[in-house]
Design a protein around this ligand. Structure first.
Ligand code: FMN
Length: 319
């Protein structure tokens, strides 16, 4: 089973990012060399009830092969009830979200609230393992807050129940997305599972090829998940591959960044239609042009654009 997980994802993954890692972004990330990608988080309860919006989040782009589908749930019960619908989407791996800090999710007992209930992650993994042979992975935090760090115990519950891959976001729930990720915890976690065939991935403050290299080569991680570091920057996958191979890599030229942003926009329009694509793509396009001379003017134009032609024009003025 764990061998099997290795064939599904490689070391450089696109992390799950609600509001970002839709099929358009995953397609672009794969084109730039991502070894795997995770959907946005999907409610197990919503899926069990056959919610149309929820099902849409699990759609693939044409030709997308391996896809890790992430669910969130407060307990094993909705997970059990959503299994048929989830399996119908043919996920390559099923990931369980134990890191989301958003109050709306946490107050139901899901996301990072599961860190307070480590036995339940074991039950959730078991329910999936009993329903299917599809490998299971778990993404979790250091703990709820600095006085309740329990990632090793938490990981033990997940792995004992049969998780093939675990990803640590090395922050507590209390930290949200600020403060620095505690890299030493990656080493401790990998060491903890020394000799086991569970794959151990790192998440948190991975913003450059050098960050990824350090974690893979110096810390011995099986892989890394690029999250904020990949938004507007799918080039990071190719750059990291080059860097791991040769010790150097080149930043993309401005023209390449704009061309990729336009291609991303075009993919979103073809998948969702112009209105939805323009609304959803605004934040992603702004990330592509961050730091380019003249970006402020282009950002203002993107902010006002309601057609893809207007967005195209705003981007094209930068090259
Ligand atoms: C906008 C946004 C949305 C996110 N959505 C998810 C999600 O749906 N599921 C999940 O497990 N983590 C989610 N995360 C957490 C990331 O996957 C990642 O673990 C975190 O951002 C730390 O990595 P970074 O510091 O390199 O960004 C999200 C993070 C951000 C910033």
């Amino acid at each position: 089973m764990r061998e099997c997980a290795k064939n599904i994802v490689g070391p450089l993954m696109l992390a799950p990012l609600a509001g970002y890692t839709d099929k358009a972004f995953r397609m672009i990330a794969h084109e730039w060399g991502a070894d795997g990608a995770v959907t946005e988080m999907v409610s197990a309860e919503g899926l069990a009830r056959g919610g149309e919006k929820t099902e849409k989040l699990l759609e693939r782009y044409p030709g997308e092969e391996n896809l890790v589908m992430q669910i969130f749930a407060p307990s094993h019960d909705p997970v059990e009830r959503c299994m048929d619908r989830l399996i119908a989407h043919n996920p390559s791996m099923i990931d369980i979200n134990c890191g989301c800090p958003v109050p709306k999710v946490v107050k139901t007992g899901a996301g990072s609230a599961l860190m307070k209930n480590p036995e339940e992650i074991g039950r959730i993994v078991k329910v999936i393992r009993n329903a299917t042979d599809i490998p299971v992975s778990v993404k979790f935090r250091l703990g709820w807050d600095s006085s309740s760090i329990n990632y090793l115990e938490f990981a033990d519950h997940a792995v004992d129940a049969g998780a093939s891959l675990i990803t640590l976001h090395a922050r507590t729930r209390a930290q949200g997305y600020s403060g620095t990720a505690d890299r030493s915890a990656f080493r401790t976690l990998k060491e903890h599972f020394k000799g086991s065939d569970v794959l151990v991935y790192a998440s948190g403050d991975i913003f450059s090829a050098e960050d990824a290299r350090t974690l893979i080569e110096d810390y011995g991680m099986d892989g890394v998940m690029f999250a904020r570091g990949a938004i507007g920057n799918p080039f990071i996958f190719r750059m990291t591959k080059e860097y791991l191979r040769s010790g150097k890599c080149n930043e993309p030229a401005i023209e390449e960044r704009i061309r990729t942003a336009l291609h991303h926009l075009e993919a979103a329009v073809s998948f969702y239609g112009e209105n939805t694509a323009c609304r959803e793509m605004r934040k992603q396009l702004m990330a592509y042009i961050k730091g380019i001379p003249g970006a402020n003017k282009a950002k203002a134009a993107i902010g006002q654009a309601v057609t893809s032609e207007e967005m195209d024009k705003a981007l094209s003025m930068l090259i």
